[in-house]
Write a protein that binds this ligand. Structure first.
Ligand SMILES: [Zn+2]
Length: 67
């Protein structure tokens, strides 16, 4: 698991952003292009964490995020 500063600095085109729900363990992934489109290139891990809602259990702000 790698901490990162923001998406623009940290993701190459071939990487995926993994997002796992801390409540139900549902795991999702965004391609670099999707992640930048949804969260913005300047998004930090904390901002992404705050903004994501689990598709399965609807828990908000309870995700683990890594690249
Ligand atoms: Zn969940």
């Amino acid at each position: 698991m790698t901490m990162f500063q923001n998406l623009h600095r940290s993701m190459t085109a071939s990487q995926t952003l993994k997002v796992q729900c801390d409540v139900c363990r549902h795991l999702g992934a965004f391609s670099a292009a999707e992640a930048k489109k949804v969260f913005g290139s300047d998004a930090t891990p904390m901002e992404i964490r705050r903004r994501v809602t689990c598709k399965v259990c609807r828990a908000a702000g309870r995700a683990r995020i890594w690249i």
